[in-house]
Design a protein around this ligand. Structure first.
Ligand SMILES: O=C1O[C@H](COP(=O)(O)O)[C@@H](O)[C@H](O)[C@H]1O
Length: 233
């Protein structure tokens, strides 16, 4: 089930999102001693990561994974890794969270995706492995992570991480697939801006391969956090 939260302006949207993630981290650490979270890329979550870095005062036992990555060097301006280093890691207190980058994606995307799946399986409990929280974004076309509209990878049942050719540059990408995203204890979809209002309306209308974010529902809690400009009318 999808719960919609209209958080206000961009600052309150970032704060609300960061507070949800911080609460999920605290719950996971209290129950299991560690917290595994996957993070979104793109432009929208930068502010959320800066707020999150401020409000979590103890990062020990926190593991950060990537919901998707672009097949570029890790320090490339288009890299989701760089976004997270500059906004979250550089502002987080010591000891830092453990970051799990997708390595080798620029050289051999398929091998990098397979290796990342192995790393996830080795580190997380469950089959599919269970993330404590998956933070995802939403493209204007309805894509989430690097799951693009009508891509056959939306039918994937076995592999947890794959390489894809997307429809937004940079085109070559690595993405987690629906089986692992659906298994997350909590899923947060963060979206801002009037350009995303259409995708949000479609997402709320029910599952369709046209809007990959609408296919995330695996029975666990999903919260869609939007600013007032993206809110459905
Ligand atoms: O390419 C991507 O796009 C989506 C949405 O990004 P935004 O810039 O519109 O916030 C993002 O969630 C995904 O991680 C990213 O690789």
């Amino acid at each position: 089930m999808i719960q919609l939260t209209v958080a206000g302006d961009s600052e309150s949207t970032a704060r609300t999102t960061a507070e949800r993630i911080a609460a999920a981290i605290a719950d996971a650490r209290a129950e299991r001693g560690v917290a595994h979270i996957s993070l979104a890329g793109g432009r929208t979550p930068a502010r959320t990561y800066r707020v999150l870095a401020r409000i979590v005062d103890d990062w020990s036992g926190v593991h950060c994974w990537f919901g998707d990555e672009r097949c570029v060097p890790l320090d490339d301006p288009d890299s989701n890794h760089r976004l997270i280093v500059e906004n979250l890691l550089d502002n987080a207190s010591q000891p830092h969270p453990t970051i799990h980058p997708v390595t080798g994606a620029a050289d051999d995307p398929a091998a990098a995706a397979a290796a990342y799946e192995q790393e996830l399986r080795a580190a997380l409990p469950g089959d599919p492995p269970q993330l404590d929280v998956a933070l995802l974004g939403l493209g204007e076309d309805g894509h989430t992570a690097s799951l693009f509209p009508n891509d056959p990878v939306l039918e994937e049942q076995e592999r947890l991480c794959v390489s894809v050719h997307g429809t937004k540059p940079p085109f070559e990408r690595i993405t987690l697939t629906l089986p692992i995203l659906r298994a997350a204890r909590k899923t947060i979809v963060l979206a801002e801006g009037a350009g995303k209002a259409w995708a949000i309306q479609q997402l709320m209308a029910g599952p369709t391969t046209r809007i990959p974010a609408s296919m995330l529902d695996g029975g666990e809690e999903i919260e869609l956090i939007v600013d007032h400009t993206a809110a459905p009318g």
